[in-house]
Design a protein around this ligand. Sequence first.
Ligand SMILES: [Zn+2]
Length: 293
Amino acid sequence: MTLVDGQWNGPILDNHFHLDRVGRYLDAAADFQRVGGTDLVLVHKPDFDNLPNNVEDVRKAYQDTVAMAEQVRLECDLRVRVVLGPHPAAWVHQCASLGNEESNELHLQAVELAIEFCEENLAVGVGEVGRPHWDVGDEVLDQADEILIEVLSMCKRANVPAQLHLDANGEKTNREIANICDHVGFPRFGAIHHHADADISKNFTHGLTSSVVVGRDSIKDISDTIWQNEGGFLMETDYMDDPRRPGAVLGPKTVPRRTQALATSLIGRGLDAEAVLSAIHIDLPEALYGEYE
Ligand SMILES: [Zn+2]
């Protein structure tokens, strides 16, 4: 039994977490562990002040994220999976600085390299890829979608999941991305929607896997829509570890705390909290990323 007296004692996974050597770094990971966290998905954070201009610099940046993951495993007693990729915001910035053609090429090379890291078991997925989150106009959005089609084709061939960074237009965004998945033949399930809304009903998600950013109201919204969910969902903070914006995102302790709040909420509604939490923190991560090695 991992649910005792309404308290979840099983694994707790934050599906989208960044670390930065100049941020709180190991202290942030230790905070997560201290309140019951067991598993992090560490997502590569490009250095937006100094973006790589060639694939060798991308490799060095990926290697540093892999090294951070290893240090967290050793020093914080956590299981850490790594997700590597370029970033749609970096792609937009580099279309301006390098030109579209070179930026496109670098983006796809970075995805190819991330897949190589996956094949070497140094990473478990590609991300963040997708769309810029701000309004960039239809033309840039169409270009982003064209690149995403190529990226998901590559992920499909390699059989790796993708963490998607998207615009926040709710159901419309999800529907459009689901169509892209179908067009490519990439399973919607493997399209992990990072920073997703807490509405997890299938009519809203269109079968993408929601990685719900667990803000204050999220537990109620999850509980309200869980009846209509299919395929499960994950929880994340999108912790940025950015010393310049300390309060801009949820803190590292948030997923463990919201997990307990979700247990209480589900029990209050007569739902099987143990089954739901096992799916979130154990079964779905294993289905997407493979068993932790
Ligand atoms: Zn992120």
